[in-house]
Design a protein around this ligand. Structure first.
Ligand code: C5P
Length: 238
């Protein structure tokens, strides 16, 4: 997938709603179709591929965020199915291991959707040192992020999803080898909600994020269109 240059192309709107009607109402409230929208587990589990088609037919590309993690053969087939839906991005867990990651990268490459960007999830931001250690991972969470990002890069996965606070370390280690997509972004005027480790859109882009996932500051604003435009205006050009 080509790197975005216009500020509005760097924003991914999180369609965190329960059904297609809600997703389309949200799109209507934004005026012009966003370049990219994220469909996650809740909406996809309820509506299936038809919601992907509905959003695409409104003119937005889709980031299908289903975080695949299974045996390599199953994940490769799931990636193939996502590719066939014509989505622009999809996610898988880096902790699925090198063989699973390579199988996914090969499946994406062999698919008819050459532009599909695979994104590896490293350590979920809901996991802290105590949660990780309960699963047997006793190294520092940041070291685990870098380790998993390294596995993804070696396997030919195009990018990772990471917290804005991890951008500079990941960039310092991997340069431009990985595309970075960051949630946890809050405009100066918005409340952080349940996001603890946040950056503003301008800070995240300057730190090296390629795309920003933004949900509630826009989708729950009294005037979503004005909120969307105001986020776009905060993002530096180029
Ligand atoms: O509403 P908000 O801007 O917090 O939405 C952010 C989106 O990014 C949600 O869809 C959330 O599930 C997702 N996300 C996140 N943190 C992660 C991974 C994904 O907030 N570490």
């Amino acid at each position: 997938m080509k790197l975005p240059s216009r500020p509005q192309d760097k924003i991914i709107i999180a369609l965190d709603v329960p059904d297609t009607d809600g997703a389309l109402r949200l799109l209507d409230s934004l005026g012009e179709a966003p370049t990219l929208c994220k469909i996650g587990l809740e909406l996809f589990t309820a509506e299936g591929p038809s919601v992907v088609k509905a959003v695409q037919s409104r003119g937005s590309a889709v980031f299908l965020d289903l975080k695949f993690h299974d045996i390599p053969n199953t994940v490769a087939h799931a990636v193939n199915s996502a590719a066939a839906l014509g989505v622009a991005m999809t996610t898988l867990h880096a902790c699925g291991g090198p063989v699973m990651l390579e199988a996914a990268a090969k499946a994406a490459e062999a698919s008819g959707n050459k532009d599909l960007l695979l994104l590896a999830v490293t350590v979920l931001t809901s996991m802290d040192a105590a949660q990780l250690s309960a699963t047997g991972i006793t190294i520092d969470p940041e070291a685990q992020v870098l380790r998993l990002a390294g596995l993804a890069a070696e396997a030919g996965i195009g990018g990772i999803v990471c917290s804005p606070l991890e951008i500079s370390t990941v960039r310092a280690t991997f340069g431009k080898k990985l595309r970075l997509v960051t949630p946890g972004v809050r405009p100066v005027w918005a409340s952080a909600g349940d996001q603890k480790r946040v950056m503003t859109p301008a800070e995240a882009v300057r730190a090296g994020s390629d795309w920003l996932v933004i949900g509630r500051p826009i989708t729950e604003a009294a005037d979503p269109k004005a909120a969307y435009e105001s986020v776009v205006a905060e993002i530096p050009e180029g």
